[in-house]
Design a protein around this ligand. Structure first.
Ligand SMILES: Cc1cc2nc3c(=O)[nH]c(=O)nc-3n(C[C@H](O)[C@H](O)[C@H](O)COP(=O)(O)OP(=O)(O)OC[C@H]3O[C@@H](n4cnc5c(N)ncnc54)[C@H](O)[C@@H]3O)c2cc1C
Length: 237
């Protein structure tokens, strides 16, 4: 369990700790679904923590953010790689459907709007793949994550789920009613990808990181801090 507890005189990055909690102190309130899916095999739940004493920490008190970031950087690359794989699958389904259904006297694939959707989806997937490859390479060369690497990690987290949502949405449209059936691949893909824009931090928070880094790059740290809003000052620029 991550806990926020401001340690006296601690730096901004040392306000969080990760505490180990005994299993019997965790009670299930209700299992949760995402857009109706249980997200098996792990799923999500609302729980209560009862009588927990924050006494067993992973590492030292205040290490929480550093430990979480060490996991989150590669984790975000991994999420994006899987998202791209899902996008590829949905684009393939889209093309197959467009080549097997006729409306208004021609195959769907013969309609210009469908060709536009197929082409834009290929562009979304390949742009995502190149950005993620770039991020993975930077992470490998710079595991301590300098500003440039953190910026690209933030960029993939914002760009890829939205780009893959566009791909999935186009595939749904080409499938018509078949695309929105609850037991179908596309509806589940859409639900999962939509959640990814929130899980691991909402898009806006990663955009905030990117905007801060750009401001520092162009204006210098002092001016950037002054011109960004007061809440942005707490970001690690
Ligand atoms: C499927 C799923 C899996 C998850 N898995 C995990 C997990 O494994 N571990 C974990 O720790 N958490 C997990 N989460 C939680 C997730 O990290 C949080 O839901 C997320 O960070 C948003 O926090 P919040 O829900 O409190 O929303 P809030 O912080 O209340 O934010 C709500 C909205 O406000 C806006 N917003 C917030 N901050 C800003 C800002 N600075 N600028 C502009 N707009 C802003 C955004 O639109 C945002 O979506 C998961 C969530 C989901 C949905």
């Amino acid at each position: 369990v991550g806990v926020e507890a401001e340690l006296k005189d601690a730096g901004r990055s040392r306000h969080h700790s990760i505490a180990i909690v005994r299993r019997e102190r965790v009670a299930l309130v209700t299992p949760l679904t995402m857009f109706g899916y249980d997200d098996a095999p792990f799923g999500h739940a609302s729980v209560t923590l009862d009588g927990v004493r924050a006494e067993s920490f992973l590492g030292e008190r205040g290490d929480g953010l550093v430990m979480a970031q060490a996991r989150l950087g590669p984790g975000r690359v991994h999420h994006c790689m899987r998202a791209i794989g899902l996008g590829e699958r949905c684009l393939e389904l889209m093309v197959r459907r467009a080549a097997s259904r006729r409306t208004f006297g021609r195959w769907l694939l013969g309609h210009g709007t469908v060709q536009h959707g197929v082409a834009q989806s290929r562009i979304d997937i390949d742009a995502s793949r190149l950005l993620v490859l770039h991020a993975a390479r930077l992470l490998e060369e710079d595991p301590a994550m300098s500003a440039g690497t953190r910026g690209v990690i933030a960029a993939i987290k914002v760009f890829v789920p939205s780009a893959m949502l566009r791909v999935i949405d186009r595939a749904i449209q080409v499938h018509g009613a078949e695309g929105v059936r609850g037991d179908g691949v596309l509806a589940k893909a859409f639900a999962g990808m939509r959640c990814l824009r929130i899980a691991d931090g909402p898009d806006e928070v990663h955009e905030r990181t990117l905007a801060g880094l750009e401001a520092v790059r162009v204006l210098g740290r002092e001016v950037a801090r002054e011109r960004l809003s007061s809440s942005a000052r707490s970001s690690k620029l």
